[in-house]
Write a protein that binds this ligand. Structure first.
Ligand SMILES: Nc1ncnc2c1ncn2[C@@H]1O[C@H](COP(=O)(O)OP(=O)(O)O)[C@@H](O)[C@H]1O
Ligand SMILES: [Mg+2]
Length: 355
Protein backbone atom coordinates (compact mmCIF):
# COMPACT_ATOMS: atom_id res chain seq x y z
CA UNK A 1 0.00 0.00 0.00
CA UNK A 2 1.21 3.52 -0.69
CA UNK A 3 2.31 4.96 2.59
CA UNK A 4 1.59 8.51 1.62
CA UNK A 5 0.29 10.59 -1.25
CA UNK A 6 1.98 13.16 -3.35
CA UNK A 7 -0.47 16.05 -3.24
CA UNK A 8 1.74 18.40 -5.20
CA UNK A 9 0.83 16.81 -8.53
CA UNK A 10 -1.63 18.76 -10.63
CA UNK A 11 -4.25 16.34 -11.92
CA UNK A 12 -3.87 15.64 -15.62
CA UNK A 13 -7.10 16.49 -17.41
CA UNK A 14 -8.28 14.31 -20.24
CA UNK A 15 -11.33 12.49 -21.51
CA UNK A 16 -12.63 9.45 -19.66
CA UNK A 17 -12.27 6.27 -21.69
CA UNK A 18 -14.71 3.84 -20.06
CA UNK A 19 -14.42 1.27 -22.87
CA UNK A 20 -10.74 0.54 -22.19
CA UNK A 21 -9.79 -1.75 -19.31
CA UNK A 22 -9.32 0.42 -16.22
CA UNK A 23 -5.68 1.41 -15.89
CA UNK A 24 -4.27 1.69 -12.40
CA UNK A 25 -4.01 5.46 -12.21
CA UNK A 26 -7.09 7.60 -11.57
CA UNK A 27 -8.18 9.40 -14.75
CA UNK A 28 -9.51 12.93 -14.70
CA UNK A 29 -12.73 13.60 -16.56
CA UNK A 30 -13.07 16.48 -19.01
CA UNK A 31 -15.98 18.94 -18.80
CA UNK A 32 -18.83 17.50 -20.86
CA UNK A 33 -18.23 13.95 -19.58
CA UNK A 34 -21.22 12.11 -18.15
CA UNK A 35 -20.40 9.95 -15.15
CA UNK A 36 -22.48 6.92 -14.27
CA UNK A 37 -24.78 7.67 -17.21
CA UNK A 38 -26.31 10.44 -15.15
CA UNK A 39 -23.98 13.15 -13.81
CA UNK A 40 -22.88 15.76 -16.33
CA UNK A 41 -19.59 17.41 -15.47
CA UNK A 42 -19.92 21.13 -16.20
CA UNK A 43 -16.71 22.81 -15.02
CA UNK A 44 -13.90 22.76 -12.51
CA UNK A 45 -14.94 24.58 -9.32
CA UNK A 46 -12.29 24.19 -6.61
CA UNK A 47 -9.25 22.19 -5.64
CA UNK A 48 -9.10 21.01 -2.05
CA UNK A 49 -6.23 19.43 -0.18
CA UNK A 50 -7.19 15.94 -1.31
CA UNK A 51 -9.74 16.38 -4.05
CA UNK A 52 -10.98 18.35 -7.02
CA UNK A 53 -14.55 19.66 -6.97
CA UNK A 54 -16.56 20.19 -10.16
CA UNK A 55 -19.91 21.77 -10.72
CA UNK A 56 -22.27 19.27 -12.34
CA UNK A 57 -25.84 18.43 -13.17
CA UNK A 58 -27.89 15.36 -12.35
CA UNK A 59 -29.51 14.63 -15.72
CA UNK A 60 -32.00 12.17 -14.24
CA UNK A 61 -33.23 14.67 -11.65
CA UNK A 62 -33.42 17.31 -14.36
CA UNK A 63 -35.56 15.04 -16.54
CA UNK A 64 -37.86 14.39 -13.57
CA UNK A 65 -38.16 18.11 -12.91
CA UNK A 66 -36.22 18.13 -9.63
CA UNK A 67 -33.39 20.50 -8.66
CA UNK A 68 -30.44 19.11 -10.59
CA UNK A 69 -27.35 21.09 -9.47
CA UNK A 70 -24.69 18.85 -7.91
CA UNK A 71 -21.07 19.07 -6.83
CA UNK A 72 -18.86 16.26 -8.12
CA UNK A 73 -15.79 15.40 -6.06
CA UNK A 74 -12.86 13.38 -7.31
CA UNK A 75 -10.21 12.37 -4.81
CA UNK A 76 -6.66 13.18 -5.86
CA UNK A 77 -3.34 12.05 -4.58
CA UNK A 78 -4.36 8.40 -4.60
CA UNK A 79 -3.21 6.31 -7.52
CA UNK A 80 -5.61 3.42 -7.11
CA UNK A 81 -9.16 4.20 -8.38
CA UNK A 82 -10.57 1.33 -6.32
CA UNK A 83 -9.15 2.76 -3.10
CA UNK A 84 -10.40 6.24 -4.05
CA UNK A 85 -13.87 4.74 -4.66
CA UNK A 86 -13.83 3.04 -1.27
CA UNK A 87 -12.99 6.37 0.35
CA UNK A 88 -15.89 8.00 -1.49
CA UNK A 89 -18.15 5.19 -0.30
CA UNK A 90 -17.14 5.93 3.28
CA UNK A 91 -18.09 9.60 2.80
CA UNK A 92 -21.47 8.53 1.43
CA UNK A 93 -22.02 6.09 4.30
CA UNK A 94 -21.08 8.79 6.83
CA UNK A 95 -23.53 11.22 5.27
CA UNK A 96 -26.34 8.64 5.48
CA UNK A 97 -25.50 8.03 9.14
CA UNK A 98 -25.40 11.72 10.02
CA UNK A 99 -28.45 13.55 8.70
CA UNK A 100 -27.61 16.81 10.50
CA UNK A 101 -28.67 19.90 8.55
CA UNK A 102 -25.32 21.56 9.22
CA UNK A 103 -23.38 18.81 7.43
CA UNK A 104 -22.80 18.54 3.70
CA UNK A 105 -25.21 16.06 2.06
CA UNK A 106 -23.64 13.34 -0.06
CA UNK A 107 -26.08 11.82 -2.58
CA UNK A 108 -24.16 9.14 -4.44
CA UNK A 109 -20.80 7.79 -5.49
CA UNK A 110 -19.47 5.47 -8.15
CA UNK A 111 -16.64 4.63 -10.49
CA UNK A 112 -16.58 5.03 -14.23
CA UNK A 113 -13.55 3.21 -15.55
CA UNK A 114 -10.61 4.72 -13.73
CA UNK A 115 -12.61 7.73 -12.54
CA UNK A 116 -14.09 7.38 -9.05
CA UNK A 117 -16.55 10.12 -8.15
CA UNK A 118 -18.69 11.43 -5.29
CA UNK A 119 -21.93 13.36 -5.82
CA UNK A 120 -22.91 16.05 -3.28
CA UNK A 121 -25.56 18.71 -2.95
CA UNK A 122 -24.41 21.88 -4.71
CA UNK A 123 -23.75 24.83 -2.40
CA UNK A 124 -23.72 28.41 -3.60
CA UNK A 125 -21.39 30.59 -1.56
CA UNK A 126 -17.82 30.49 -0.29
CA UNK A 127 -15.78 28.82 2.38
CA UNK A 128 -14.51 30.62 5.49
CA UNK A 129 -10.91 30.62 4.22
CA UNK A 130 -12.07 32.50 1.13
CA UNK A 131 -14.08 34.94 3.23
CA UNK A 132 -11.08 35.59 5.51
CA UNK A 133 -8.81 36.00 2.51
CA UNK A 134 -10.87 38.89 1.18
CA UNK A 135 -11.57 40.50 4.59
CA UNK A 136 -9.53 43.46 5.92
CA UNK A 137 -6.49 42.07 7.82
CA UNK A 138 -7.86 38.61 6.99
CA UNK A 139 -10.11 38.67 10.02
CA UNK A 140 -13.70 39.24 11.11
CA UNK A 141 -15.29 40.99 14.09
CA UNK A 142 -15.94 38.66 17.02
CA UNK A 143 -19.70 38.95 16.65
CA UNK A 144 -19.56 37.84 13.01
CA UNK A 145 -17.14 35.03 13.88
CA UNK A 146 -19.55 33.81 16.58
CA UNK A 147 -22.48 33.93 14.15
CA UNK A 148 -20.57 31.70 11.73
CA UNK A 149 -19.07 29.32 14.25
CA UNK A 150 -22.07 28.80 16.56
CA UNK A 151 -23.88 26.58 14.03
CA UNK A 152 -20.61 24.74 13.39
CA UNK A 153 -20.29 24.10 17.14
CA UNK A 154 -23.87 22.85 17.29
CA UNK A 155 -23.31 20.52 14.34
CA UNK A 156 -20.16 19.16 15.99
CA UNK A 157 -22.11 18.63 19.21
CA UNK A 158 -24.73 16.63 17.30
CA UNK A 159 -21.95 14.53 15.74
CA UNK A 160 -20.34 13.94 19.12
CA UNK A 161 -23.65 12.82 20.58
CA UNK A 162 -23.72 10.17 17.86
CA UNK A 163 -20.24 9.04 18.85
CA UNK A 164 -18.53 10.56 15.81
CA UNK A 165 -15.65 13.05 15.52
CA UNK A 166 -15.03 15.19 12.41
CA UNK A 167 -11.24 15.55 13.01
CA UNK A 168 -10.65 18.09 10.21
CA UNK A 169 -12.44 21.27 11.31
CA UNK A 170 -10.73 24.19 9.51
CA UNK A 171 -11.74 27.30 7.55
CA UNK A 172 -11.63 25.42 4.21
CA UNK A 173 -14.19 22.93 5.52
CA UNK A 174 -16.70 25.53 6.74
CA UNK A 175 -19.01 26.74 3.96
CA UNK A 176 -21.19 29.86 4.08
CA UNK A 177 -24.06 29.68 1.65
CA UNK A 178 -25.44 32.77 -0.01
CA UNK A 179 -28.81 32.07 1.66
CA UNK A 180 -27.23 32.27 5.14
CA UNK A 181 -26.61 28.63 6.06
CA UNK A 182 -23.35 27.28 7.47
CA UNK A 183 -22.32 23.79 6.37
CA UNK A 184 -19.48 21.66 7.61
CA UNK A 185 -17.79 19.99 4.62
CA UNK A 186 -15.63 17.00 4.05
CA UNK A 187 -16.78 13.78 5.66
CA UNK A 188 -13.67 11.91 4.53
CA UNK A 189 -12.01 12.22 7.92
CA UNK A 190 -15.01 11.53 10.19
CA UNK A 191 -14.05 8.87 12.73
CA UNK A 192 -15.77 7.00 15.51
CA UNK A 193 -14.92 8.06 19.04
CA UNK A 194 -12.08 5.98 20.37
CA UNK A 195 -11.04 5.17 16.80
CA UNK A 196 -7.26 5.04 16.92
CA UNK A 197 -4.34 4.16 14.72
CA UNK A 198 -5.22 0.48 14.71
CA UNK A 199 -8.92 0.99 13.81
CA UNK A 200 -8.91 3.32 10.89
CA UNK A 201 -11.41 1.51 8.72
CA UNK A 202 -11.06 -0.58 5.63
CA UNK A 203 -9.14 1.93 3.51
CA UNK A 204 -6.39 2.34 6.06
CA UNK A 205 -6.16 6.04 5.30
CA UNK A 206 -6.48 9.01 7.55
CA UNK A 207 -5.94 12.68 6.90
CA UNK A 208 -5.59 15.74 9.05
CA UNK A 209 -4.45 19.34 8.76
CA UNK A 210 -1.44 19.98 11.02
CA UNK A 211 -2.28 23.66 11.60
CA UNK A 212 -5.67 22.75 13.12
CA UNK A 213 -5.25 19.16 14.34
CA UNK A 214 -5.21 18.57 18.08
CA UNK A 215 -1.98 17.30 19.66
CA UNK A 216 -3.83 14.01 20.28
CA UNK A 217 -4.65 13.62 16.58
CA UNK A 218 -1.07 14.40 15.63
CA UNK A 219 0.06 11.81 18.15
CA UNK A 220 -2.24 9.08 16.78
CA UNK A 221 -4.38 8.96 19.90
CA UNK A 222 -8.00 7.71 19.70
CA UNK A 223 -10.50 10.26 18.35
CA UNK A 224 -12.50 12.28 20.87
CA UNK A 225 -14.74 15.39 20.82
CA UNK A 226 -11.82 17.26 22.36
CA UNK A 227 -10.06 17.03 18.98
CA UNK A 228 -12.85 18.99 17.29
CA UNK A 229 -13.07 21.47 20.18
CA UNK A 230 -9.36 22.22 19.81
CA UNK A 231 -9.69 22.65 16.01
CA UNK A 232 -12.75 24.86 16.45
CA UNK A 233 -10.76 27.03 18.87
CA UNK A 234 -7.97 27.30 16.26
CA UNK A 235 -10.54 28.43 13.68
CA UNK A 236 -12.09 30.94 16.09
CA UNK A 237 -8.67 32.35 16.92
CA UNK A 238 -7.72 32.68 13.26
CA UNK A 239 -11.06 34.22 12.36
CA UNK A 240 -10.72 37.04 14.90
CA UNK A 241 -6.91 37.43 14.97
CA UNK A 242 -6.10 37.06 11.26
CA UNK A 243 -3.33 34.57 12.05
CA UNK A 244 -3.23 30.97 13.20
CA UNK A 245 -2.67 30.45 16.95
CA UNK A 246 0.22 28.07 16.36
CA UNK A 247 2.59 28.02 13.41
CA UNK A 248 1.71 25.20 11.01
CA UNK A 249 5.31 24.04 11.20
CA UNK A 250 4.66 22.85 14.77
CA UNK A 251 5.31 19.14 14.89
CA UNK A 252 4.37 16.58 17.47
CA UNK A 253 6.70 16.76 20.42
CA UNK A 254 7.48 20.44 19.83
CA UNK A 255 6.35 22.99 22.40
CA UNK A 256 4.96 25.78 20.17
CA UNK A 257 5.18 29.41 21.35
CA UNK A 258 2.11 30.47 23.35
CA UNK A 259 -0.46 32.28 21.18
CA UNK A 260 -1.00 35.99 21.84
CA UNK A 261 -4.32 37.45 22.95
CA UNK A 262 -6.31 38.88 20.03
CA UNK A 263 -7.06 42.55 20.70
CA UNK A 264 -10.82 42.05 20.36
CA UNK A 265 -11.05 39.66 23.34
CA UNK A 266 -11.44 40.72 26.96
CA UNK A 267 -9.44 38.77 29.58
CA UNK A 268 -12.32 36.40 30.39
CA UNK A 269 -12.89 35.57 26.73
CA UNK A 270 -9.18 35.10 26.18
CA UNK A 271 -8.94 32.79 29.20
CA UNK A 272 -11.66 30.59 27.70
CA UNK A 273 -10.12 30.56 24.22
CA UNK A 274 -6.63 29.95 25.64
CA UNK A 275 -7.94 26.97 27.58
CA UNK A 276 -9.65 25.65 24.45
CA UNK A 277 -6.29 25.76 22.68
CA UNK A 278 -4.49 23.95 25.48
CA UNK A 279 -2.45 20.89 24.60
CA UNK A 280 -3.89 19.31 27.75
CA UNK A 281 -7.39 18.32 26.64
CA UNK A 282 -8.62 18.33 30.26
CA UNK A 283 -8.40 22.13 30.21
CA UNK A 284 -10.66 22.52 27.18
CA UNK A 285 -14.44 23.06 27.47
CA UNK A 286 -16.49 19.87 27.62
CA UNK A 287 -18.51 20.63 24.50
CA UNK A 288 -18.08 22.64 21.31
CA UNK A 289 -21.09 24.92 22.05
CA UNK A 290 -19.55 25.65 25.47
CA UNK A 291 -16.78 27.56 23.73
CA UNK A 292 -19.18 29.78 21.77
CA UNK A 293 -21.69 30.17 24.61
CA UNK A 294 -18.85 31.00 27.01
CA UNK A 295 -17.55 33.67 24.63
CA UNK A 296 -20.97 35.28 24.63
CA UNK A 297 -21.38 35.03 28.40
CA UNK A 298 -17.94 36.53 28.99
CA UNK A 299 -18.56 39.41 26.59
CA UNK A 300 -19.06 41.98 29.37
CA UNK A 301 -16.09 44.34 28.94
CA UNK A 302 -15.80 45.10 32.69
CA UNK A 303 -15.02 41.53 33.63
CA UNK A 304 -11.50 40.69 34.72
CA UNK A 305 -9.65 38.75 37.39
CA UNK A 306 -11.73 36.56 39.72
CA UNK A 307 -15.02 37.83 38.24
CA UNK A 308 -13.85 36.60 34.86
CA UNK A 309 -13.01 33.20 36.34
CA UNK A 310 -16.47 32.93 37.91
CA UNK A 311 -18.22 33.84 34.65
CA UNK A 312 -15.95 31.48 32.80
CA UNK A 313 -16.71 28.61 35.19
CA UNK A 314 -20.46 29.31 34.89
CA UNK A 315 -20.20 29.56 31.11
CA UNK A 316 -18.43 26.25 30.76
CA UNK A 317 -20.70 24.52 33.28
CA UNK A 318 -23.92 25.81 31.74
CA UNK A 319 -22.83 24.83 28.26
CA UNK A 320 -21.55 21.44 29.31
CA UNK A 321 -24.83 20.60 31.02
CA UNK A 322 -27.06 22.08 28.33
CA UNK A 323 -29.37 19.43 26.94
CA UNK A 324 -29.28 18.96 23.20
CA UNK A 325 -32.82 20.30 22.85
CA UNK A 326 -31.68 23.68 24.15
CA UNK A 327 -29.16 24.06 21.37
CA UNK A 328 -30.38 26.09 18.46
CA UNK A 329 -29.97 24.07 15.29
CA UNK A 330 -28.88 26.74 12.87
CA UNK A 331 -27.80 26.26 9.32
CA UNK A 332 -25.18 27.95 7.18
CA UNK A 333 -21.36 28.01 6.38
CA UNK A 334 -18.32 27.51 3.75
CA UNK A 335 -14.45 28.16 3.01
CA UNK A 336 -11.53 28.57 0.50
CA UNK A 337 -9.93 25.47 -0.89
CA UNK A 338 -7.01 24.82 1.41
CA UNK A 339 -3.53 24.94 -0.02
CA UNK A 340 -2.04 21.52 -0.57
CA UNK A 341 0.58 22.32 2.03
CA UNK A 342 -2.12 22.68 4.69
CA UNK A 343 -3.13 19.06 4.49
CA UNK A 344 -1.39 15.91 5.53
CA UNK A 345 -2.60 12.67 4.15
CA UNK A 346 -0.85 9.52 5.13
CA UNK A 347 -1.56 5.84 5.43
CA UNK A 348 0.47 5.61 8.59
CA UNK A 349 0.36 8.74 10.68
CA UNK A 350 3.46 7.68 12.55
CA UNK A 351 5.30 8.42 9.33
CA UNK A 352 5.51 12.11 8.44
CA UNK A 353 3.35 12.81 5.39
CA UNK A 354 3.69 15.46 2.72
CA UNK A 355 3.15 19.01 3.95
N1 LIG B 1 -20.94 20.69 -2.28
C1 LIG B 1 -20.17 21.74 -2.60
N2 LIG B 1 -20.70 22.81 -3.25
C2 LIG B 1 -19.90 23.87 -3.57
N3 LIG B 1 -18.58 23.94 -3.28
C3 LIG B 1 -18.02 22.91 -2.62
C4 LIG B 1 -18.78 21.75 -2.26
N4 LIG B 1 -17.97 20.88 -1.65
C5 LIG B 1 -16.76 21.46 -1.62
N5 LIG B 1 -16.77 22.67 -2.19
C6 LIG B 1 -15.62 23.59 -2.33
O1 LIG B 1 -14.47 22.81 -2.60
C7 LIG B 1 -13.51 22.93 -1.55
C8 LIG B 1 -12.86 21.57 -1.27
O2 LIG B 1 -13.88 20.65 -0.89
P1 LIG B 1 -13.65 19.53 0.22
O3 LIG B 1 -14.83 18.63 0.24
O4 LIG B 1 -13.30 20.17 1.51
O5 LIG B 1 -12.39 18.75 -0.37
P2 LIG B 1 -11.01 18.33 0.25
O6 LIG B 1 -11.27 16.97 0.83
O7 LIG B 1 -10.08 18.25 -0.90
O8 LIG B 1 -10.62 19.34 1.25
C9 LIG B 1 -14.29 23.48 -0.36
O9 LIG B 1 -13.47 24.23 0.48
C10 LIG B 1 -15.37 24.31 -1.02
O10 LIG B 1 -14.90 25.61 -1.29
MG1 LIG C 1 -11.69 20.07 2.73
Amino acid sequence: MNRQCDLSTTPPFGPVAPSRPAPRAVQWPAPGSVLGGRYLLLRHHASGGTSVIYRGRDLLAERAGYPADVAIKIIRGIDDPELALRMSMLELATSRRLPEAGLIRVHDCGRQGATPYLIMEWLEGENLAELLHRSPDRRLPLRRAATILTPVANTLFALHRRGMVHTDVKPGNIFLTTDGRVKLLDLATVREMGDGQEQRGETGWLGYSPAYASPETRNDEPASPQDDIYSLACVLYETIAGTKPYPSTAEKGDAPPAPRRPGTLNPAQWELLRRSLASDHEKRPRSAPALLQGMRLAATPMLAGWAASVVLAIAVLVAALAPHENLVEEEGGTVEAPATSEYRYTADRRQPGNE
